[in-house]
Design a protein around this ligand. Structure first.
Ligand code: BEZ
Length: 221
């Protein structure tokens, strides 16, 4: 069964977190948001991911993206684990720069479709997979990634995707393979050549292809 789909309003759940009780939409305010889930506290891959997320927290802030993590343990455990995370990231003594949701009874993980049936705890209960949800200022889901518990994520890629999401929310363009800010972008197929000429003063280059179809149009923003 599909869970939350692209374009759906993200659930306005209530949760206990390391910064107290939150209602998700109030927590987001007018910002973009990223919710990333983890199987368990005090686990090795998760610790590397949280430390990396702490290191790049300024990059999310610069892009007006509020960060929040989720793991299956208690707020108390999250506070203890945060100290390990910051020490592992060579920032011992500094606070974790984003909150962690406590989902001890798995309620939210079930609601958001985040459980990984192949990874279970010692009691045979499924752990949370590594989900990433990016939510826009309109509270709608803009991106969802689902990794198994055994594969850590790449936060540079997540930031690259957020740059693409924020650009394509503003301009009638799409970003090609391996795009980075500053690279050329694609003019979206639904825009006519005349509209593209008007919208993109830097000009539009159309690549000739064997089909003769003129769909591969690039511009510099
Ligand atoms: C980890 O974070 O290292 C991990 C957690 C659950 C299953 C496998 C790995």
């Amino acid at each position: 069964m599909p869970g939350i789909l692209l374009g759906d309003v993200f659930p306005n759940f209530e949760a206990d977190t390391t910064i107290g009780k939150i209602k998700f939409h109030d927590f987001l305010g007018d910002s973009w948001g990223i919710l990333f889930s983890h199987p368990r506290d005090f686990t090795p891959v998760c610790t590397t991911e949280l430390a990396c997320a702490a290191k790049v927290a300024d990059k999310f802030k610069k892009r007006n993206v509020k960060m929040i993590a989720l793991s299956l343990d208690s707020v108390e455990d999250h506070h203890k684990w945060s100290k390990d995370v910051m020490a592992f990231g060579d920032c011992a003594g500094s606070p974790l720069p984003y909150p962690i949701i406590a989902d001890e009874n798995r309620e939210l993980s079930v609601k958001l479709g985040m459980l990984d049936p192949d990874e279970t705890d010692k009691d045979g209960m499924p752990l949370t997979a590594r989900c990433v949800f990016v939510i826009g200022p309109d509270k709608k889901m803009k991106l969802s990634l689902l990794y198994p518990a055994t594969t850590g994520r790449n936060f540079d890629e997540i930031i690259r995707v957020i740059d693409s999401l924020q650009l394509t929310a503003q301009k009638k363009v799409a970003t090609p393979v391996d795009w980075k800010p500053g690279d050329k972008v694609m003019v979206i197929p639904t825009l006519s050549d005349a509209e593209a000429e008007k919208l993109f003063p830097n000009g539009v280059t159309t690549t000739e292809l064997p089909s003769g179809k003129k769909y591969l149009r690039q511009t510099q923003i």
